[in-house]
Design a protein around this ligand. Structure first.
Ligand code: UDP
Length: 342
């Protein structure tokens, strides 16, 4: 597994990673620590895992919706940069509680932005999502595509991006938003991987079915206008995502207003993922046809030209075999997720 960033921290450079015990946040915190950055992880552990936080990071157990508490953490730890991964991120859940979802994600970003402005932070990077684009007809999706979220979760992230715009315009804090397509895969050398409870994401679900931990895979809709009728997504390895964060952090030393779509640039249907896991693991996976899941766009494929051209990023670990192979080994070694490490 390769990562391409060779970064040296500046003296006093200190990154506060909100949500750094979660899936993507923990991989980014791990890479920052490995490169020698000073890292503080702030997480309420509602969905994240204490075992996923790197040993060399300072850990603060904190609900980032608490405005006064966040301000106090910033005043005491004096970070120079902020990365925000702390959010509710399930499309289906966001329909059951749309206002709660938007309030939750927006409150966290507002609190972090306020504390950043109060304490002289110089850069702010937001974990955003392809969901801000909704059911975009033109694929692959470039950064210029209209922001038209198709579900409350995507709307909450689009609103957080607006907060960044005004934070930058009024305080001079340089900002970036990275719109991930489908984060996937694991970092075996560091015991990091994807563990949600309940699990809703396709690749871990298919792998759990291959392992016999569930009796099959529900396919949410096979009547979409695609070759096999199932939705198409762009799967990007979490280590490539981490690399994109570090490259963006370095770019934020001198540039602001950065917006990048982060994906491999290739799309796979739900059925193709099931077949790929069958191929990689040698296990047959039963599937069941189910109705469409509310808010699912037909196709999401990233145009990644901008980050390639501006920052030299490459999705070097995002071949499907690498993604599925690493995820498979993580789940074999951690059948109970991070509880396996207790
Ligand atoms: N999906 C599915 N069965 C599942 C989980 C997901 O058919 O058990 C589909 C889902 O409808 C979507 C794709 O797989 O089209 C990717 O879903 P996931 O939840 O992994 O990521 P999302 O694209 O929602 O961020």
């Amino acid at each position: 597994m390769a990562n391409t960033t060779r970064a040296t921290p500046l003296p006093n450079e200190h990154v506060l990673v909100a949500g750094g015990a979660g899936y993507v946040g923990s991989h980014v915190a791990w890479l920052l620590c490995r490169l020698g950055f000073k890292v503080t992880v702030l997480d309420d552990l509602s969905t994240g895992h204490r075992h996923a936080v790197p040993h060399s990071a300072t850990f603060v157990h904190c609900d980032a919706r608490d405005t006064a508490l966040v301000s106090r953490v910033f005043a005491e730890s004096r970070p120079t940069a902020v990365m925000n991964f702390a959010a509710l991120s399930l499309v289906g859940d966001s329909y059951r509680n749309p206002i709660g979802y938007i309030a939750h994600n927006l409150t966290i970003t507002l609190n972090l932005a306020k504390a950043a402005a109060e304490t002289g932070v110089s850069s702010f990077l937001l974990s955003s999502t392809a969901s801000i684009f909704g059911n975009e007809a033109s694929q692959p999706i470039a950064e210029e595509a209209p922001v038209r979220p198709g579900n409350p979760y995507g709307e909450s992230k689009a609103m957080c991006e607006q907060v960044l715009r005004w934070l930058e315009a009024t305080t001079g804090i340089r900002t970036a938003a990275l719109r991930y397509f489908n984060a996937s895969g694991a970092l075996l050398s560091s015991n990091l991987g994807e563990a949600h409870d309940p699990e809703t994401h396709l690749i871990p679900i298919v792998i759990q079915a291959a392992l016999g931990l569930r009796d099959g895979v529900d396919i949410f809709g096979d009547d979409y206008p695609t070759a096999d009728g199932t939705c198409i997504r762009d799967y990007v390895h979490v280590l490539d995502l981490a690399d994109a964060h570090v490259k963006t952090l370095l770019a934020l030393r001198t540039a602001g207003g950065l917006r990048y779509n982060i994906g491999s640039g290739r799309g796979y249907s739900v059925r193709q993922i099931v077949h790929a896991v069958e191929r990689e693991t040698g296990h047959r996976i039963p599937v069941r046809r189910r109705p469409r899941r509310e808010g699912d766009p037909t196709t999401l494929i990233a145009c990644n030209d901008r980050i390639r051209n501006e920052l030299g990023w490459r999705p070097v670990n995002s071949g499907l075999a690498t993604i599925i192979g690493s995820a498979w080994k993580w789940h074999v070694n951690h059948p109970s997720g991070f509880d396996t490490l207790r």
